[in-house]
Design a protein around this ligand. Sequence first.
Ligand code: ZN
Length: 186
Amino acid sequence: MSRSGTSRGRLSEAEAAARSQAAQREIRVVGDPVLRDRAHIVESFDGALRKLAFRMIQIMHDAPGIGLAAPQLGVQKRLIVFEVDDEEPRILVNPDITWTSEDSAEFDEGCLSVPGVMVPVVRAAGIEVAGQDVHGEAVRFRAEGLEARVIQHEVDHLEGVLILDRTGRRERAAAMRELRDSVPAL
Ligand SMILES: [Zn+2]
């Protein structure tokens, strides 16, 4: 999920812009079929998985975003990373949303794979999620607010679902027009 605002802490503006461009080149954008596939369960918790997770955190920071799912880098694995409210970044493997609250909330969401678009998305206000950490240890916790939203957004990526599928018909049409205008004609 993309970050609104561009505060980059200690980096100079030019450095942040260069890093952002490099990160965005790694991220698949809407139209790439990899974003529409269902990602595979992770079975080996090895060095390669840890390396991928740390690369995802780096790209999420640089983009900048507050969440990233492996398929956005073209990797069909059930692996997400997220970071909200300046907490430590978290890695979640094989995430499964096991409970959603009855109350929901609407909020404008952006996505690093749908650049330049913000659309209103209704999601559960609170969730419980189960999964594994990067070492394969079981984890289960509840989240609410922005954290619950980011996790639902990233888990959607593992199912090939984008914010364009989660918004109203009119908002989707407007977003598609915006996307069309920003992509050079072939
Ligand atoms: Zn996204």
